[in-house]
Design a protein around this ligand. Structure first.
Ligand SMILES: Cc1cc2nc3c(=O)[nH]c(=O)nc-3n(C[C@H](O)[C@H](O)[C@H](O)COP(=O)(O)OP(=O)(O)OC[C@H]3O[C@@H](n4cnc5c(N)ncnc54)[C@H](O)[C@@H]3O)c2cc1C
Length: 379
């Protein structure tokens, strides 16, 4: 039997002025911006699950500005100017995130990042040397120095090809601290969170009003609805160019002899690894099985987790005697285009989605644009 809606429930939910669906990086930051601009409005966030179901507590915690291999790969699809512009958006977006949550609050460490190549991939490195000047020139005004430097990887004492690239700007956050800080900030402004509220449909009732319907039969009519459900966006919109893309992460048991600290990318950014105290966190590997990773099933793919473990053993440490203490999968929203979608879908219904694997860097700007769109019409 479906849930019976009480008189009080109906009256309770009917109070919302602005409904945001999805309590992830985009949903929470949009709520913060809107509540700060309109303190009297009731800004409510609904999420189908407790924190952790979306990608927000399942990512790898890289600030994620990009590396030479990834930028050159992007350039093949979108042209070099666009690929460089994307790095810039990521870097500037992360600076915007820091306006809401300080570096200390999110455990940010500017460790610098290496891009390494496996033995046998030297030609790939040599090829990228032809691109580095153009990329550095395109970004020079951003950092007032070269963003990427060719560097021998000897300092890392890993089993990679001899040469790679280094950038001093990359860094990592402690994802759980970031999410706590964002939630606390939102709550301190008066944003209300309702978890366990799965939205089933959003239906127009007039030119500028929508009905938000839950799977349990609630229906809330309001003037502003933001869909911030990223990978799941088309469950509610069914019109946007976005597909789910699963990502995996593993974290090893403590390893006595990790010779390097900080973060490492390989395979055009498809593999990313960082130290977590005495453990190694490694993620990615979607390129090993693209087709099967186009799913919302939140379960690790053994082929990929084996691949990641092999990478640790072959490249990242001589220590072969470790176990996997944590293993998880999370779902991103992507498409061929690497740009997020931020728009008014129809009168009063907005979306901020398609963050790819770059949510830490891009979410603050997406939330900013989304809230500006709302504020243009509704104050
Ligand atoms: C394995 C992995 C590693 C990653 N590593 C990094 C990284 O190192 N750096 C980086 O920048 N990015 C990384 N990302 C990407 C980053 O986590 C995402 O870009 C970011 O979390 C997207 O934020 P979001 O708010 O758009 O969506 P999400 O964080 O996914 O939030 C969407 C929310 O919507 C909710 N929801 C969905 N459908 C409904 C519904 N019908 N009703 C109610 N609620 C609903 C979900 O429960 C979820 O909480 C990684 C992602 C994965 C999966």
């Amino acid at each position: 039997m479906s849930h019976q809606i009480s008189y009080w429930e109906k009256a309770f939910y009917d109070q919302a002025d602005i409904v945001i669906v999805g309590a992830g990086l985009v949903g929470i930051q949009s709520a913060i911006a809107l509540k700060a601009a309109m303190p009297k409005r009731k800004v409510w966030i609904f999420d189908k699950s407790a924190p952790g179901e979306g990608a927000n507590l399942r990512n790898a915690g890289f600030a994620c500005f990009g590396n030479i291999g990834e930028i050159a790969d992007d350039a093949k699809r979108m042209g070099m100017d666009e690929a460089i512009a994307l790095y810039r958006k990521r870097f500037e977006g992360f600076q915007k995130l820091k306006e809401t949550v300080s570096e200390g609050q999110m455990g940010f460490e500017q460790s610098g990042g290496f891009e390494v190549f496996r033995k046998g991939q030297e030609a790939e490195y040599e090829g990228l040397l032809n691109e580095i000047d153009q990329i550095n020139e395109g970004l020079f005004d951003l950092h007032q120095k070269n963003t990427f430097l060719p560097k021998p990887t000897a300092r890392l004492k890993i089993n990679s090809a001899e040469n790679g690239f280094y950038t001093p700007f990359e860094g990592t956050v402690q994802t759980h601290l970031l999410m706590h800080a964002l939630r606390n900030k939102a709550q301190s402004l008066g944003v209300e969170f309702y978890e366990g509220f799965e939205v089933e449909a959003i239906e127009p009732v007039s030119l500028d009003r929508h009905l938000v319907k839950s799977v349990k039969g609630h229906s809330i009519e309001c003037r502003v609805v933001l869909v911030c459900t990223n990978a799941w966006a088309n469950d509610l919109l069914d019109t946007e160019d976005i597909k789910p893309a699963r990502g995996q992460v593993i974290v090893t048991s403590p390893i006595a002899t990790i010779p390097w600290r900080g973060l490492i990318h390989c395979d055009k950014g498809y593999i990313y690894a960082r130290t977590l105290g005495t453990r190694i966190l490694i993620g990615g590997g979607r390129n090993v099985d693209f087709k099967n990773e186009e799913t919302t099933v939140q379960k690790s793919n053994e082929k990929i987790t084996d691949y990641l473990q092999e990478f640790i053993k072959d490249v990242l440490t001589d220590e072969q005697d470790f176990s996997v203490d944590y293993e998880w999968a999370g779902i991103m929203g992507m498409s061929e285009s690497r740009a997020p979608i931020v728009k008014e879908v129809s009168g009063g219904l907005y979306c901020g989605i398609r963050l790819g694997g770059m949510g830490l860097a891009l979410s603050a700007e997406v939330a900013n644009q989304l809230s500006e769109l709302v504020l243009e019409k509704y104050h």
